[in-house]
Design a protein. Structure first.
Length: 280
C-alpha cells in the first residue's frame, strides 16, 4: 500500500519522497504528518489551507502569525490552526518541527480560532507511526480518531502576543520581534514612524491592550521562550532579548510567566505540558 498525504491546499497529494519518484496512488488519508528540519532560517509567508494544521514537537524557535496574534510554539504544546485561517510561519536556523494536516471532514472544528493544544506522547507516537508505516485502512482511521481525541485545548495566552494592525505600529512590532534587544525609546520610534508620542502610545494600547513598554516586555519573553527551548543558557538568552543583567531578565520572565526561566527549562525536559501557565 502506498501512502498519500493531504497537501497544503487540502487536496490529495503525494508526500515529497513519493513526488520525487513520480509515484501514483488512489489511497487518501485524513491525517498526514511531515517533519521539517531548517538548516537555515525559514519563512512561510501568509497562506491558507483547506485542511486543519497542527504544528507540534518544535525544537528551536518556531513562531506563527495568525488571527491577529504572534504565537511562539513551545516544545511542550502544539498549535492548532483551523482550515481557512490565514497564517505565516517563521523558524530560526536549526529549528525542527512536525506539521500534521488533518482533513476537515475527518476532524470536526476543534476551535474556530488558532489555539494551543496538548499533544501527549501517545498522540505524537501515533502521528509518527502513521507517517512512516502502512496500516490497514480501518486501523488507520481508528488511529486518526484516537489522536484527535487526545488533543486538548489549553490556554494559549502565554504563547500569544497581540499584533498591532496599524502599518506604523506593525513596523515597530516586527522590528522588535526580529531584534528584541533593540532599546529605542517611544520618542525615538515616534520619529521613526512620523507620529506623535501621544498618538503612538494611544494606538499601541488601543490595538494590543498593552502599553508600548508592556508589549515590548511580553515580546522579549515570547522570543526568550523559543531560545530557552532551543537550549541556550539563561545568560545568553537574557542578552539576546535585551537584558545585560540576567537577574533583571529572570525577574521580568517570572512576572510575565509566573515562574523562572530555570523552572521552564526543567519543565521542558520533564515534558510538562503546563510549563507555559503564565500569570499575566
Amino acid at each position: 500500500m502506498t501512502r498519500q498525504a493531504i497537501s497544503q491546499s487540502g487536496q490529495a497529494a503525494l508526500p515529497p519522497d513519493a513526488l520525487a519518484e513520480g509515484e501514483t496512488s488512489q489511497q487518501v488519508y485524513g491525517v498526514y504528518t511531515g517533519y521539517f528540519e531548517c538548516a537555515t532560517p525559514a519563512t512561510w509567508t501568509e497562506h491558507v489551507h483547506e485542511t486543519h494544521e497542527l504544528l507540534w514537537g518544535a525544537r528551536g524557535v518556531l513562531t506563527v502569525e495568525a488571527d491577529g496574534g504572534f504565537f511562539a510554539v513551545p516544545a511542550t504544546l502544539g498549535l492548532w490552526i483551523p482550515a481557512g485561517v490565514v497564517h505565516a510561519v517563521k523558524s530560526t536556523q536549526g529549528t525542527g518541527f512536525y506539521c500534521s494536516h488533518i482533513d476537515a471532514q475527518v476532524a470536526p472544528q476543534l476551535a474556530s480560532r488558532t489555539v494551543a493544544v496538548t499533544v501527549p506522547t501517545a498522540a505524537q507516537e501515533l502521528l509518527r507511526h502513521m507517517s512512516t508505516f502502512d496500516m490497514d485502512d480501518s486501523l488507520r482511521k481508528g488511529s486518526e480518531q484516537v489522536v484527535l481525541g487526545l488533543l486538548d485545548v489549553v490556554d494559549a495566552r502565554p504563547m500569544l502576543l497581540p499584533m498591532p494592525t496599524d502599518p506604523r505600529l506593525e513596523l515597530i512590532a516586527r522590528a522588535l520581534l526580529d531584534d528584541p534587544a533593540l532599546d529605542r525609546s517611544l520618542e525615538e520610534w515616534s520619529v521613526e514612524v512620523s507620529i506623535s508620542v501621544r498618538n503612538l502610545s494611544r494606538l499601541f494600547h488601543k490595538e494590543t491592550g498593552m502599553t508600548f513598554a508592556q508589549w515590548r516586555i511580553h515580546a522579549r519573553v515570547r522570543v526568550a521562550l523559543g531560545l530557552l527551548a532551543a537550549g541556550y543558557p539563561v545568560s545568553s538568552v537574557s542578552r539576546r532579548v535585551g537584558y545585560n543583567n540576567p537577574s533583571a531578565f529572570v525577574q521580568v520572565f517570572r512576572k510575565v510567566m509566573g515562574h523562572t526561566p530555570g523552572w521552564y527549562v526543567s519543565s521542558l525536559k520533564a515534558g510538562n505540558h503546563h510549563s507555559l501557565a503564565g500569570s499575566e
